[in-house]
Design a protein around this ligand. Structure first.
Ligand code: AMP
Ligand code: TRP
Length: 337
């Protein structure tokens, strides 16, 4: 059995990196795997979220998945907090993962910054909850962007230790699926920083909700360099902004970076940027308008998500029963997800 689990946090602004690095890949995996796609609101509250914004963002992420082509009838699209198994298994995994393992997590160090003592305990335990998301469904494959690789390795370590400690072969070791030409889309302002939901500058990212004018303006203003466009990808070394913009073009055009370089070889950024903007508007426009249509009917979205949560529970329930049994909890046979 090949089963996919992946998630996105309902925080900040959903952007082109989330689309190219995550959601678009999910859409392409639907034919080959049984899939669960989750809006991970329990992860979101590891840093402060305004409650009304959290609710709106949760629906917005769900709308983006559906608008991009995720099939919620054939697969499972749901919200993490609506399936209790995530938090329950996370607690058990908190007792399996070692402090030393979590101390190595670079995302915690980045997010906690200098104020480590002030970070929530949840932010520290975040990777254990992510492991629970994946393992509650015995998922075999996890499509993510480059930044999540370390968390996936930790998930494998936790699964392995659980299996070894209890002398069972309960959890499969999930494989990361990191693919596509845009596993790491960078900021439009700084080719060395990741495009991020939380960047203070809106010009750093293309939001999935941006209209055509905003997309064009941001691409025009994107940092580039004074050179001409190179003939081959080797000419992009030490040119992070140029590499990023050409990479975005290649990903949106669904072609290789070699092909994109060949197409624009020797050209200037001014004309390349116009073509990139046209392409971005053509690719994202239909998704954005479908998102708007879906968001205008929250009752329908909520119904789709409630149905997804119900089906997710039926997958998680037997796994949690097995886990409770192995750990030695009395309630194992009666467990309800
Ligand atoms: P997050 O925004 O942290 O909730 O990430 C949701 C998904 O998008 C994860 O699979 C990330 O790896 C992916 N992702 C986030 N930012 C980027 C980026 N700049 N480039 C490519 N993938 C990204
Ligand atoms: N940590 C992931 C991110 O920030 C989101 C996430 C939570 C996730 N649980 C997951 C991704 C399980 C894949 C599988 O991008």
């Amino acid at each position: 059995m090949r089963r996919i689990f992946s998630g996105i946090q309902p925080t900040g602004h959903l952007h082109l990196g989330n689309y190219l690095g995550a959601i678009r890949n999910w859409v392409r995996l639907q034919d080959d795997f049984e899939c669960l796609f989750c809006v991970v609101d329990l992860h979101a509250i590891t840093v402060w979220q305004d409650p009304a914004e959290l609710r709106a963002n949760t629906r917005r992420i769900a709308a983006a998945m559906l608008a991009a082509g995720v099939d919620a009838g054939k697969h499972i699209v749901f919200v993490q907090s609506q399936v209790a198994a995530h938090a329950q298994l996370a607690w058990i995994l908190n007792c399996v993962a070692r402090l030393g393992w979590l101390n190595r997590m670079t995302q915690f160090k980045e997010k906690a910054g200098k104020h480590r003592e002030n970070a929530s305990v949840g932010l520290y335990a975040y990777p254990n909850l992510m492991a629970a998301d994946i393992l509650a469904y015995k998922a075999t494959h996890v499509p993510v962007g480059e930044d999540q690789k370390q968390h996936l390795e930790l998930t494998r370590d936790i699964a392995q230790k659980f299996n070894a400690d209890y002398g069972v072969a309960l959890f499969p070791l999930p494989e990361p699926l990191i693919f596509g030409p845009a596993t790491r889309v960078m900021s439009l302002r700084d080719g060395k920083a990741k495009m991020s939901k939380s960047d203070a500058s809106d010009y750093s990212r293309i939001n999935m909700t941006d209209d055509a004018d905003a997309i064009r303006r941001k691409i025009q203003k994107a940092t580039s360099d004074p050179g001409m466009l190179p003939e081959t990808p080797s000419g992009l070394e030490e040119r992070p902004e140029a590499a990023n913009l050409l990479g975005i073009y290649a990903a949106l055009a669904d072609e290789t970076l070699e092909q994109t370089c060949g197409r624009f070889a020797g050209g200037m950024f001014s004309s390349f940027k116009r073509e990139l903007a046209d392409l971005a508007v053509a690719r994202l426009g239909p998704i954005t308008s479908e998102m708007r249509r879906l968001e205008a009917d929250p009752a329908h979205l909520d119904a789709v998500l409630a149905d997804g949560a119900g089906r997710a529970r039926t997958v998680a329930e037997p796994v949690l029963r097995e886990v409770f049994e192995v750990v030695g909890f009395l309630s194992a046979g009666h467990y309800r997800a």
